[in-house]
Design a protein around this ligand. Structure first.
Ligand SMILES: Cc1ncc(C[n+]2csc(CCOP(=O)(O)OP(=O)(O)O)c2C)c(N)n1
Ligand SMILES: [Mg+2]
Length: 243
């Protein structure tokens, strides 16, 4: 199977805006499925609600586009019923860490063997750009016009508190993103992939970026890949794998 065999191209164009980062992740995931030799029978993707979660409709697999915040328990149920299934959650920061945050806590505790892919555009993209649990301090959003006063959630600490797999990458660092995906799949237990992805329409423009490309270059300048994955927690703006 080629990677395009995992995508419902007949549904294109997607609902995503030009310059959005979600499609880059979709492609990387499908290429990884191809490299792993995954089939229609042994692979599934579950999503919640949001722009990122719309991906469930673009994978040519049996997928579940579940309800807001509930992708993780649905995925856990699938894995429980069929332990041979390769189960992926593909959703956004608001869905997984906001409304679905409590499910994430308990999934970490249970260490179910699922792969959680979080498209982290640091806002609620679909609903217009409200601040999310990952919005950084002082950032202006629709609901923080004077700058966000709340600290972003430390998702790395939550995942690592239970010795689960955590990786941080961006859509600019494509090869690194694919390395993270591969290692997450090989990890036996829960893995959480935090992928920084641009939302130009409902976040970037408000911050002064002209287009999605400028946001990608910002990722290039801002984030650095750690040279050794030594098990230590990642510093701010550091990319890497912690396991
Ligand atoms: C129960 C419920 N509450 C609120 C909403 C409205 N809503 C739809 S998507 C969304 C946020 C999605 O944010 P995120 O998961 O970051 O996805 P993005 O659109 O940024 O990819 C919200 C609040 C909803 N659909 N259902
Ligand atoms: Mg989001």
């Amino acid at each position: 199977m080629g990677y395009r065999d995992y995508i419902r191209e007949e549904r294109f164009p997607t609902s995503w805006c030009g310059g959005c980062g979600i499609g880059i992740v979709l492609k990387a995931v499908c290429q990884t499925f191809e490299e792993q030799g995954f089939t229609y029978e042994n692979t599934t993707v579950v999503s919640g609600i949001g722009c990122s979660a719309r991906s469930a409709g673009y994978f040519k697999l049996d997928t579940v586009h579940s309800i807001h915040g509930r992708a993780i328990p649905v995925a856990e149920g699938i894995k429980m019923a069929n332990e041979k299934m390769n189960v992926f959650v593909f959703s956004g920061d608001g869905d997984l860490l906001g409304i679905g945050g409590n499910h994430l806590l308990h999934a970490c505790r249970r260490n179910t063997d699922i792969n959680i892919i979080c498209i982290d555009n640091e806002i609620y993209g679909m609903t217009g750009g409200q601040k999310s649990p990952t919005t950084e301090l002082h950032i202006k959003t629709l609901t923080s016009p004077k700058g966000n006063e709340d600290r972003p959630i430390n998702v790395q600490a939550i995942i690592r508190a239970h010795d689960d797999f955590y990786a941080r990458t961006t859509v600019y660092h494509y090869n690194h993103l694919k390395k993270c995906l591969k290692e997450a799949i090989e990890w036996k237990g829960l893995s959480f992939l935090d992928i920084k992805a641009p939302c130009i329409s409902n976040n970037g423009r408000r911050l002064g970026f002209k287009n999605g490309y400028e946001m990608l270059i910002h990722y290039k300048d801002e984030y650095k890949i750690r040279t050794s994955d030594n098990g230590h927690l990642l510093a701010e703006k550091e990319l890497g794998i912690v396991k």
